[in-house]
Design a binder for this molecule. Structure first.
Ligand code: CA
Length: 244
């Protein structure tokens, strides 16, 4: 083989190797591109569903205490336990900001569901809340605040029927105290408490307080910036978020 033809043959081989390599590269790029495209689609779907409520929990709002404008675009839901010290802290220290910035401005309404996790008297207190709500919807919120104000040790059973009825009297709630005592004794509203609890359990809500904004979980209810951000996202809606 002459030097010339040898070079030619080598070149040909090189070309073949090159084209083979570039073919492999193209295949790889196509595969990578495909994966990337798929990722983009997934991310897009997730962020879309995140903005249009697709991944939000379907909270049973009917028959739950609510404060604020019924037509407010944002619904904030708290899952709470009357005996829980963190719920007391949330209501006393953080809720006033939510009220000032969102509820009083008609941007959000606020609703409460029971998630009794601390003991048998968590259920008693929750049943008292339900009984009061079913007598006078507006009396629920001052009752909740009063229980937190007089909250005892979470490891002791202090939220007895007697304590709760006396507290309602002491706070001069506009309800029939005798009926409250009877409802507690008869367990009239235990079912309502269990319904809230079942929803929480089925939704994987295990701690209190747990906050949802339009059904979407707030990672840290004590992070006001997270709450503000989630509300802002919900207010933007899916279309504006997609244009970003
Ligand atoms: Ca309820």
């Amino acid at each position: 083989m002459s030097k010339k033809s040898e070079t030619k043959a080598q070149k040909k081989q090189q070309m073949e190797t090159k084209s083979k390599k570039s073919k492999q590269m193209r295949t790889l790029m196509m595969a990578t591109g495909g994966v990337f495209l798929l990722l983009l689609i997934i991310v897009g779907l997730v962020s879309f569903s995140g903005n249009n409520g697709g991944d939000g929990l379907n909270v049973p709002y009917a028959g739950q205490p609510v404060q604020g404008d019924a037509n407010a675009p944002i619904t904030i839901t708290e899952f709470g336990d009357f005996k829980c010290p963190s719920c007391k802290a949330f209501t006393e220290e953080y809720f006033p900001y939510i009220k000032r910035d969102y509820i009083d401005k008609g941007i959000a309404k606020f609703t409460f569901l029971n998630n009794p996790i601390l003991g048998p008297d968590s259920y008693t207190a929750a049943a008292a809340g339900e009984a009061i709500y079913h007598q006078n919807e507006k009396a629920f919120w001052p009752f909740l605040e009063a229980v937190y104000k007089h909250q005892g040790d979470e490891n002791q059973q202090w939220a007895t029927q007697e304590f709760l009825v006396n507290l309602a009297k002491q706070e001069k709630l506009e309800i029939d105290y005798e009926k409250l005592a009877q409802d507690l004794k008869a367990g009239t509203f235990d079912k309502k408490v269990r319904e809230d609890e079942a929803f929480a359990v089925n939704s994987g809500i295990t701690s209190t307080p747990t906050l949802l904004i339009n059904g979407k979980l707030v990672q840290n209810p004590f992070d006001y910036n997270e709450i503000k951000q989630l509300i802002a996202e919900e207010l933007k809606g899916p279309q504006e978020n997609e244009q970003k």
